[in-house]
Ligand binder design. Structure first.
Ligand SMILES: Cc1cc2nc3c(=O)[nH]c(=O)nc-3n(C[C@H](O)[C@H](O)[C@H](O)COP(=O)(O)OP(=O)(O)OC[C@H]3O[C@@H](n4cnc5c(N)ncnc54)[C@H](O)[C@@H]3O)c2cc1C
Length: 471
């Protein structure tokens, strides 16, 4: 009998197992597939590698601007996929987590097949393991949402896209959240003719409206056909060269065809097959595992962490969840997640990122000031020929605290990390304006935009730190 069994070895499960073992619990980690979960094998790492290839293609096209002459790049998708596999293996081989798990003597059952509850304290796997523990932590992540429309089996998911042997000549991407936007942007760079469909009025619906508008405009300019408010899907049909999507809006039928249709319409909890009912674990209205502030499920000795709970569904949050769930599983309910500053970003062209509240959300509860600085007015972006984009800061007029930062453009994701630290530290905008940031850098735009908000709010600063950017 173990003290703790963790099911799933993604970021949530690995950290949960590490933490439980570190607190002295005799811990087992069971996973259906490879160690590392989606983050290592099917999510950020493969996607980021493909996005890097897309970036290299774009950068190669810029060489002439800097007096470097080379022949037009020749792109081989199969070689890129070999590189993706190499990167995934390399990251896995260098995983500090794996070494720590081994040194803390966690019993790891890798590639054990799907696990399920036999009763509230017993887990069985397809590989015929039968293990018992006093506490169990469910970290089985999520899966791509399926649609109940005829012909859905003719469509693919982002995971299938990575398994292609060649770049399809054309592609329908249905769903323009973070995953759909990345697939569309990457395959557009690789030469596919991409049509991106969004049921709602704007792509990237959880981003600030200015970000959605700027990314949609940039996508269109780069040749992606973006169709917002496209209506409802009726069916998918096979065509001689691929697949056709039939959809209708306000009674009018329409269709679109391509070699491949990728559906990315959301992420749902991976609970199928876990037999949660046998353990008394309930799900919420969105079908994610219901947890309280301590990440306890409806069965008090069973915890859940990561995507399975339907929270932010990102690696840093999964890691934090795993830590909290394991702490509470071993020590009793003592730790909650607390307020999290969660920067979110995506490696599309152009990149976009956010931290804190969108302007619309901030206006619901605060009197706000907003400041925007465009990339075409900062030194580093001009040097690098990356002048498309902006940085927007949202500030509370009452407290001068930074409520949100939204960036579109080169290195947007990195810029928001700096803003996240300012927000987490509770800095006032005039304090941020006085931090001397290196010149000329992408992050320097934060000093500019903070200076602009400070002037708007008639705040006095003892000196203007980012003079170079303003000159
Ligand atoms: C295309 C894409 C790109 C992404 N990009 C980013 C990004 O750039 N940055 C970021 O922070 N996040 C990104 N994410 C999200 C991120 O990958 C997830 O939030 C994170 O992996 C969740 O971790 P997890 O541990 O909850 O679940 P997962 O990583 O999904 O791990 C689940 C684990 O459970 C195992 N498992 C499942 N069912 C069973 C079962 N029945 N029995 C035993 N084991 C089981 C699986 O084998 C796996 O090991 C991306 C996701 C996708 C799809």
């Amino acid at each position: 009998m173990f003290d703790v069994i963790v099911i799933g070895a993604g970021p949530a499960g690995v950290v949960a197992a590490l933490r439980a073992a570190d607190l002295g619990a005799n811990t087992a980690l069971i996973t259906r597939d490879e160690f590392g979960g989606m983050a290592a094998n099917d999510g950020p790492i493969p996607v980021r590698t493909l996005a890097h290839a897309a970036r290299l293609i774009r950068e190669a096209r810029q060489l002439g601007l800097y007096g470097i002459t080379v022949s037009e790049p020749v792109f081989e998708y199969s070689r890129l996929l070999a590189r993706v596999r190499e990167v995934v293996n390399d990251v896995r081989a260098h995983s500090a987590f794996r070494r720590q798990i081994d040194s803390l003597k966690v019993t790891v059952y890798e590639r054990a097949g799907a696990a399920r509850f036999a009763d509230p304290y017993t887990i069985e796997t397809e590989s015929e393991l039968r293990l018992q523990a006093e506490k169990i932590i469910i970290c089985t992540g999520g899966v791509s949402r399926r649609l109940s429309v005829p012909g859905f089996e003719l469509t693919a998911t982002h995971s299938d896209a990575w398994a292609l042997t060649s770049v399809p000549p054309s592609m329908l991407v249905i769903g323009a959240g973070a995953t759909g936007a990345q697939v569309a942007s990457i395959f557009n760079a690789f030469g596919s003719r991409v049509q991106l469909f969004q049921a709602g009025p704007r792509i990237l619906p959880t981003e600030d409206e200015d970000v959605s508008a700027a990314v949609a405009a940039a996508f269109r300019e780069s040749g992606i056909v973006v169709r917002e408010n496209f209506g409802g899907i009726e069916s998918f049909e096979k065509t001689p060269s691929g697949v056709r999507m039939i959809f209708s809006k306000d009674g009018a039928r329409d269709s679109a065809e391509a070699a491949l249709a990728i559906v990315a319409v959301g992420w749902v909890a991976n609970t199928a097959g876990l037999n949660l009912a046998a353990a008394g674990v309930e799900t919420n209205q969105r079908s994610f595992v219901r947890v309280d502030a301590y990440l306890r499920t409806s069965a008090p000795h069973i915890f859940a962490a990561g995507d399975i709970t339907g929270s932010l569904m990102l690696v840093p949050q999964a890691i934090q969840d795993g830590f909290v769930a394991a702490t509470n599983a071993v020590r009793g309910a003592t730790m909650t997640l607390g307020d999290q500053v969660s920067p979110i970003g995506s490696f599309t062209e152009p990149e976009y990122a956010q931290v804190g509240m969108t302007e619309a959300k901030a206006r619901e509860k605060h009197d706000v000031a907003t400041a925007i600085v465009c990339f075409d007015s900062t030194t580093r972006t001009i040097i690098d020929g990356r002048t498309a984009g902006f940085c927007k800061l949202i500030v509370d007029r009452a407290t001068y605290k930074i409520l949100g930062c939204h960036v579109v453009g080169e290195r947007a994701v990195e810029i928001t990390q700096v803003a996240a630290i300012a927000i987490a530290a509770g800095m006032r905008v005039d304090e941020l304006a006085q931090v001397p940031l290196s010149f000329p850098t992408y992050a320097g735009i934060l000093g500019r935009v903070a200076g602009s908000a400070t002037r708007q709010l008639n705040l006095k600063v003892s000196w203007q730190a980012n003079q170079a950017e303003n000159s």
